[in-house]
Design a binder for this molecule. Structure first.
Ligand code: FES
Length: 127
């Protein structure tokens, strides 16, 4: 007889990923963004919005400019190259219909941790 480790209510939910320490919160002041790299090689833009941290993919879907080098105003990061805007909370593009990936961020004892996505939950790179 087969045994299943998942409870029925867990079926279909993505498993939580591993939390990766990417730096200290004090290194990214409020209103600023920074580029961090996850062990799997994904480049992530870390944004500090008034002490709350958010993480998005770093490459703008328009022409690939690094979003961490853009302009952060409230919850909106504006690409520094042509001005596309994204909400860092959910990755929604406010300019066109091209959302970006977001990552869960946890701040614990001054350390910023980003949840490394499970391979199945990563967005296709062919878009
Ligand atoms: S590269 Fe970001 S708007 Fe063009």
């Amino acid at each position: 007889m087969q045994q299943h480790n998942l409870k029925p209510e867990d079926a279909g939910r993505p498993k939580p990923g591993k939390l990766i320490v990417v730096g200290r919160g004090e290194d990214v002041p409020p209103g600023h963004s920074a580029t961090v790299e996850l062990p799997g090689g994904a480049e992530v833009a870390l944004h500090n919005v008034a002490g709350e941290f958010y993480a998005t993919e770093n490459f703008c879907p328009h022409r690939g400019a690094p979003l961490a080098e853009g302009f952060l105003c409230g919850h909106v990061i504006e690409c520094g190259l042509h001005g596309w805007q994204f909400d860092v909370r959910d990755g929604k593009c406010l300019t066109v219909d091209e959302p970006i990936k977001t990552y869960r961020v946890v701040l614990e004892e001054g350390l910023v941790k980003i949840e490394e996505p499970c391979p199945k939950s990563q967005r296709s790179a062919d878009g």
